[in-house]
Design a protein around this ligand. Sequence first.
Ligand code: AMP
Length: 216
Amino acid sequence: MNIVMLGRPGSGKGTQATRLMERLGVPQLSTGDMLRKAAADKTPLGLAAKKLMDQGQLVPDEMVIGIVDDAFRTPETAKGFILDGFPRTLKQAEALDAILAAKKRALDKVLFLDVPAELIVERLSGRRSCPKDGSVYHLVNAPPKRDTLCDKCGTPLVQRDDDKPERITARLDAYDRDTAPLRPYYEKRGVLAVVHGVGPADGIFAELLLRLGIKD
Ligand code: AMP
């Protein structure tokens, strides 16, 4: 299964991609996670990317295409992948086509999680994540069991800098400007499946499986 998850920031792509990864046994390739790791490791690419990420701006295409290209060289991606947060521009979509074509592969499905922009601010501002294992929570919709500690490892949860309210608008603007054109791009090819991304995560996951032709 070669899958791309599309949708606004905060539409639940990461959460659902993780569930799909566990269900399908193929890796989740999250460019946001890769860039945050590079920033935490203080690599030159990571430090350059962090400045833009903290402002809610997209990282330049060449940078992010490079890290995706590297990820596709790992053997784990041979049996499939779930791309989460990539592509985010038409140039990235074309680069992905070229990477896959070189391997004589193609996308099976592009899953678009449809969440209205009005709901995004509330979703992103309540999001908290574990800096140690990457688990994601929401203060209201999916709160941790104890205070603001990770259920799995007890580490205090943090708010991503780019989830602060003043950054969210910039991210939504970047989405409208650069990423929204990908929906018609994949629709024309007949690989797009639009799933309503509001409501309990279990129901959304069931709908995604249905669209992939997988029995729940
Ligand atoms: P995410 O975790 O997917 O919300 O990504 C967090 C931030 O990382 C974004 O706001 C961008 O600054 C950067 N980023 C992640 N993926 C990409 C991409 N495909 N192209 C450009 N920037 C990206």
